[in-house]
Design a protein around this ligand. Structure first.
Ligand SMILES: [Zn+2]
Length: 114
């Protein structure tokens, strides 16, 4: 389709300050380097990396929720899950809790309150 991702002709005297950490290829613009990394090496960078983290987190949470549903009569399991989720969120200073983490925390709080 478009050729935004086509390799740029090597510019004479043009600074290429962005170096791909995987293969050493240099780029004029950070955006080009990021596109190359994700396209060629399958590496997520910037917001995509954050989104990937959140997706991984969500998958883990979904699995945890299934386990939680199976153990709703076991209060200590719920308390443990709540504690570990709260800890997970607290230990991610660079990452805001995702809406699903918030939702699960609220849900667990509701379950734990008499
Ligand atoms: Zn590369």
């Amino acid at each position: 389709m478009g050729n935004e991702n086509a390799p740029q002709a090597p510019g004479e005297g043009q600074a290429r300050p962005f170096t791909c950490p995987e293969c050493g290829k240099t780029f004029v613009a950070l955006k080009g380097m990021m596109g190359h990394r994700s396209g060629v090496h399958g590496r997520k960078t910037g917001i995509n990396a954050t989104l990937q983290d959140i997706r991984d987190e969500l998958r883990a949470l979904q699995e945890a929720l299934v386990g939680l549903e199976q153990a709703t009569t076991k209060r200590h399991v719920i308390e443990e899950r709540y504690a570990s989720l709260a800890q997970e969120v607290a230990h991610k200073p660079r990452c805001m809790p995702s809406p699903d983490q918030e939702r699960e925390l609220r849900l667990l709080e509701r379950v734990l309150k008499p």
